[in-house]
Design a protein around this ligand. Structure first.
Ligand code: S3P
Length: 453
């Protein structure tokens, strides 16, 4: 993540129209490169995420001896991975750096717990403040020797890899990162691992492991995985577009008074489509077309038009399906009639920023009315919104949510620390500009220009 603070200026636009091809899914990209690195054979991963988070995973894997080459355009890169097999990773000569990426740290934390060497893994200031006890505790039940700063609460993590035991683990937090960490560790354990999740979370790891030949059974809540008896089989595939990136344009089209946006090739895995369900429940004119399957992951095209939204209430099992889109749902709630209530989402407090606090604070600066709850927020729709100077708090999802609000607010919105979008969506600003008719034709830099602080 760039350390230099940068600002973006967003102005309202009369119309939003066009097509968006979102970048490769970030969650699937992490998993595809990790699992292919420890597989046997060659894999071509097309449409790998261009976001900084996935490059953190690539850098760490290379430091561990993985063989990964990057080819193709920078917005839609391809990776060529030569698997080193289940026992082919080697001790890194330095501390591993996961940057801003909790997925990198937690997934590799699980994998490295079961590798026969020492690893130390750290991250940027935000990642070093995020909870790691939730990773350390279940891995220790498998016999892992893993420690963290602050009485095993935070990174840096120190891992003395060893042979682990399969066991029965019940996950109290619906976290796909922790679930995946345990599954990666379990691949090399002595016995079968059984994992119980009270609420299902994104299932990309399970889908990919099955495709690559692992003995994994899942009914959504109970997952069992046998240790590998032969290496995973490398798998080449095209990663579906990231619904968490596409979501900004789904919401932009729904709340803008004169808009029609088509999103092409977007992942629609049901563990991720909470934002679609929420928008439809709010009354959005949203159509899903051309549904298809690629390497066991569903994708589709999505068309959204200007809509009149009404407030809804979400909570419970819906939350993990929409967790990364809640800042954006708050934006949608500002344009809905009545109130939008989000509950059971205390996890938002331990994301890249405390998203309950930062979303409330920054949207309020633009005229939104939001009440913070310990585990969510209430957004009162229909307030008049005006541009203001706001801050991303170095949180990519907040920066992009503020940009969408800025397109609809009266006057100019100045977003500080806007460079953080690079974490997941480096081309976000140019995609926004391409949807604004005057800017896409005149290539005007006016409404989304970048300035050094
Ligand atoms: C992710 C899981 C979620 C999500 C994150 C990506 C993943 O985090 O918020 O952006 O790829 O497994 P948690 O596992 O902490 O819920």
């Amino acid at each position: 993540m760039a350390e230099q603070g940068k600002i973006r200026i967003i102005k309202p636009c009369h119309r939003l129209e066009g097509e968006v091809t979102p970048p490769g899914d970030k969650s699937i990209s992490h998993r595809a490169v990790i699992l292919n690195s420890i597989a046997s054979g060659e894999a071509e991963i097309v449409n790998f995420s261009p976001g900084g988070d996935c490059w953190s995973t690539v850098r760490c894997l290379r430091a561990l001896g993985a063989r990964i080459r990057r080819v193709g355009a920078s917005d839609f890169p391809t990776l060529l991975v030569s698997g080193v097999g289940g026992r082919g990773l080697t001790e890194a000569s330095n501390v591993l750096d996961a940057g801003n990426s909790a997925t990198t740290m937690r997934l590799l934390g699980g994998l490295l717990s079961s590798q026969p060497f020492l690893s130390i893994i750290t991250g940027d200031a935000s990642l070093r403040s995020r909870p790691m006890g939730r990773l350390i505790e279940p891995l220790r039940l498998m016999g892992a020797e893993i420690w963290g700063r602050g009485k095993d609460s935070f990174a840096p993590l120190v891992i003395k890899g060893r042979k682990l035991y399969g066991t029965e683990i019940s996950l109290s937090i619906p976290s796909a990162q922790i679930k995946s960490a345990i599954l990666l560790a379990a691949l090399f354990a002595r016995w079968r691992t059984a994992l119980q999740q009270l609420v299902p979370s994104r299932d990309h790891t399970e889908r990919l492991l099955k495709q690559m030949g692992a003995e994994l059974k899942s009914d959504g809540k109970l997952i069992s995985l046998n240790p590998l008896t032969s290496p995973l089989k490398a798998i080449s595939f095209t990663i579906p577009g990231d619904i968490s990136s596409a979501a900004y344009f789904l919401v932009a089209a729904a709340v803008h008074p004169d808009a029609r946006i088509v999103v092409r090739g977007c992942g629609v895995n049901p563990t991720r489509t909470g934002i679609i369900d929420a928008l439809v429940a709010m009354g959005a004119k949203l159509k899903i077309k051309n549904e298809r399957l690629n390497a066991n992951e569903p994708l589709a095209d999505i068309v959204v038009e200007s809509s009149k939204l009404r407030g809804i209430e979400i909570g419970g099992a819906m939350i993990p399906r929409v967790i990364d889109e809640i800042p954006l749902l708050a934006v949608a709630g500002c344009f809905a009639s009545g109130k939008t209530v989000i509950k059971g989402a205390a996890e938002l407090r331990v994301k890249e920023s405390d998203r309950i606090a930062t979303v409330s604070r920054e949207l309020t600066k633009m005229g939104a009315k939001i009440e913070e709850l310990p585990d969510g927020m209430i957004i009162y729709g229909g307030k008049s919104l005006s541009g203001a100077e706001v801050d991303s708090h170095l949180d990519h999802r907040l920066a992009m949510s503020l940009a969408i609000l800025g397109l609809m607010a009266e006057g100019e919105t100045v977003i500080n620390h806007a460079q953080v979008v690079n974490v997941s969506y480096p081309s976000f600003w140019s995609v926004v500009a391409s949807l604004i008719p005057s800017q896409s034709s005149e290539r005007s830099e006016e409404a989304a220009r970048e300035l050094k602080e």
